[in-house]
Design a protein around this ligand. Structure first.
Ligand code: DC
Length: 245
């Protein structure tokens, strides 16, 4: 889902123009949820760039708490301890779509939170309700403080974090497309069984606490199975134009 040719980037300039005067002075929160491998993060970041909006990757916050627990010896099965870690963590996340940066107590963990150890452990934090409540509180504060425009993505943004967002989208894709994309992202280094474990098993665990497979009332479902990156970005921008005119 990453643009690979200059041709696929060409519509960017064309798309940027209509948004320069779009909803001037009015707030615009675009909430995007979806399962792993739906292309949510890369698409949301690019949509934020074109809208000249801030961008919030809420999954990165769950990953940061997970890394913090592992690094400080917090037992991920101890719900009270995980909740306390979520409350105590000194977490910074960039909300610029052009700067990917996550720090814990000033230490750069931007790359470390993407390591496989974190990916395989993160559901333990995501299914700890006390930790979720704390991260939801922080996410709402980040959205409120981001200025008048933000694209926020995750699993419960359309339903829990920002149910009043002007635009709410569920970005889905077939299992086959999601496995293929995640495999491409990881450079073809994983077996089919490893990919299934990383994409489908993790989603199954996370689905126990949030529903990100069916759209809630008022949420637009966008199926990206047969769309490339540029087409998916354009489809999201079309929904923004129509819903938040
Ligand atoms: O999108 P991601 O893979 O970086 O997300 C990491 C984990 O965080 C994933 O297992 C689901 C969880 N998550 C969540 O429960 N709620 C969110 N709003 C965002 C992510």
């Amino acid at each position: 889902m990453i643009p690979t040719s200059a041709a696929s980037e060409a519509p960017a300039a064309a798309d940027a123009r209509p948004f320069s005067g779009f909803r001037l002075g009015k707030s615009l929160v675009v909430a995007i949820d979806g399962p792993s491998g739906s292309g949510k993060s890369s698409v949301s970041r690019e949509v934020a760039r074109r809208l000249r909006a801030a961008y919030l990757d809420t999954g990165a916050m769950y990953r940061a708490v997970t890394l913090h627990c592992v690094a400080t010896g917090v037992d991920l099965h101890d719900g009270a301890a995980v909740e306390a870690a979520a409350r105590d963590i000194e977490l910074f996340i960039s909300t610029s779509p052009d700067l990917e940066s996550v720090t814990i107590a000033g230490d750069d963990v931007t790359a470390a939170i993407r390591e496989p150890e974190v990916s395989s452990a993160v559901s333990a934090v995501a299914t700890t309700m006390g930790a979720r409540a704390e991260l939801i509180r922080r996410q709402r504060a980040l959205i409120a403080g981001a200025g008048h425009r933000i694209v926020a993505e995750g699993r419960d943004i359309t339903t829990v974090v920002a149910p009043d967002a002007e635009v709410r989208i569920l970005l889905t894709a077939s299992e086959e497309a999601r496995l293929r994309r995640r495999g491409d992202q990881l450079g073809g280094t994983q077996t089919d069984a490893q990919l299934k474990q990383q994409v489908l098993d993790r989603d199954a665990r996370d689905s126990a606490v949030v529903n990100f497979h069916q759209a809630a009332d008022g949420v637009v479902t966008l199926d990206s199975s047969d769309l490339d990156f540029e087409q998916t970005v354009s489809a999201v921008l079309d929904v923004v134009r129509i819903v938040a005119h």
